[in-house]
Structures are given as structure tokens and as C-alpha cells.
Design a protein around this ligand. Structure first.
Ligand code: HEC
Length: 197
């Protein structure tokens, strides 16, 4: 009986193994595999890291270096002055080119007391985010906003007065409505908008 059981067992295993081996290979799935997505928070963080790196490189390796060597200054009216654009203008211009690329992603510098009204918050969400960052600047303020039928993810990152030049230029600019910025203040924010479709 025992031997019979063993023989049946071995046959079953053999059948299973060979059955498995000769089983037809399933046809390739037509649907692409579902890959784990990247969260919009992550995408905004990546974009923010690149914007900040480019801005730092432009400020330190181009603007500050050229000014220190008395080769060329950065001025607001750089075209007429044959000078370099200010780092804030560099960021706004690159943001404009990205917006014009039609991908739906946008970024810009905004402030509650902007030198130019065009840099004022454009929505209630941006206004509230700037107010929140002035009190709690450790993390970006994020949220979903809609424009027409489309939904966007927005991340608003604090922009702090990291050098004395930030404070002195903004406080003395003829169009600046605020003249008491101090070192390390949150002067505004980088607003990054990503389409969610
Ligand atoms: C030499 C002058 C100058 C310096 C230095 C300067 N800015 Fe500005 N900043 C400007 C001008 C001019 C604009 C407006 C640019 C535009 O939209 O054309 C601006 C725009 C901004 C904005 C958008 C809101 C607004 O006020 O229009 C923020 C935020 C900002 N700057 C933060 C900073 C920070 C932080 C630093 C230092 C790391 C800094 N700025 C250094 C002149 C300056």
C-alpha cells in the first residue's frame, strides 16, 4: 500500500512538473504594465531642486564673480545697461520659456509685497500659502487647484533673504511697498504648478 502511495505521489509530481514545463506560455499582455507612479509632491521637489541649483550657480558663478572682478554688473535694466539680468529675472524668464513649451508645468517667483504687481499671488491658494510660509517656512505648502476643467498640483516653496543683497535691494527699490525686510525673512516664494492629467 505504502509503495503504491509513493508511486502515485511520484507520478503526480512528475505530471505536475512536466505539465508545468510544457504549459503554453501566456501571450504577452497587451496592456502596458502598471508602473508605480511618481507623486506630484516628488515631481515638484525635483523641479524645485533644479531651479534652486541653477539660480545658485547663476548667482555665485556668474553674477557675484563678474561683479567682484569688475567685469560686468547685474542690473534690473540689463538690456539698456549692457549688464547681466538679476537672478530673479533669470528665474522669471526661464519660467516663461517653460510655460511657453506647452507642457502645462509652470513656475514663478511670487511675493505678498512684490516690487511688481505681476508677482503678487494670483489666487486665494497662493495668497494663503504665502501667509502660512511667513509663519512656518520649514516645508512647502501644497494643494490641488483647478482652473476651468483642469486640475493642477501646486507647491509653494519659501524664498528667504539668504544674503544682505536681497534685503538691501528690495528695501531700497523705488517700487517696493515693503522697506523693512530683514536677513533670513521669507521674502516670497517659488510657486510650482504641475498639471494632473
Ligand atoms: C539688485 C536688486 C535685487 C536683488 C539683489 C534681489 N532682488 Fe528679488 N527682485 C528684484 C526685482 C527687480 C524683482 C522683480 C523681477 C521681475 O519680476 O521682473 C525681484 C523679485 C523678487 C521676488 C518676487 C516678488 C517681487 O518682489 O516681485 C522675490 C520673492 C524675490 N525677488 C526674492 C529675492 C531674494 C530671496 C533675493 C536674494 C537671494 C533677491 N530677491 C535679490 C530685485 C532684486
Amino acid at each position: 500500500m505504502d509503495r503504491f502511495r509513493t508511486a502515485v505521489g511520484i507520478t503526480a509530481v512528475t505530471l505536475l512538473v512536466t505539465g508545468f514545463l510544457v504549459a503554453p506560455i501566456p501571450p504577452l499582455a497587451k496592456e502596458p504594465p502598471i508602473l508605480p507612479g511618481i507623486s506630484p509632491e516628488k515631481v515638484a521637489d525635483y523641479v524645485h531642486a533644479i531651479i534652486q541649483a541653477d539660480r545658485t550657480i547663476y548667482t555665485t558663478l556668474v553674477v557675484t564673480r563678474m561683479q567682484e572682478k569688475h567685469i560686468v554688473n547685474a542690473t534690473e535694466h540689463w538690456e539698456q545697461d549692457n549688464a547681466l539680468p538679476l537672478p530673479a529675472q533669470f528665474l522669471q524668464h526661464s519660467g516663461k520659456i517653460v510655460a511657453e513649451s506647452g507642457r502645462g508645468i509652470r513656475y514663478r517667483l511670487i511675493g505678498l509685497s512684490p516690487i511688481y504687481q505681476r508677482n503678487a499671488p494670483a489666487t486665494e491658494f497662493e495668497r494663503n500659502a504665502l501667509a502660512a510660509l511667513a509663519k512656518q517656512p520649514d516645508r512647502p505648502v501644497t494643494g490641488i487647484v483647478s482652473s476651468g476643467k483642469k486640475q493642477f498640483f501646486q507647491a509653494i516653496y519659501p524664498d528667504r533673504a539668504v544674503s544682505a543683497a536681497c534685503v538691501s535691494c528690495h528695501n531700497s527699490h523705488p517700487l517696493s511697498p515693503k522697506r523693512d525686510f530683514k536677513a533670513n525673512d521669507v521674502m516670497g516664494a517659488i510657486a510650482i504648478t504641475i498639471p494632473l492629467d
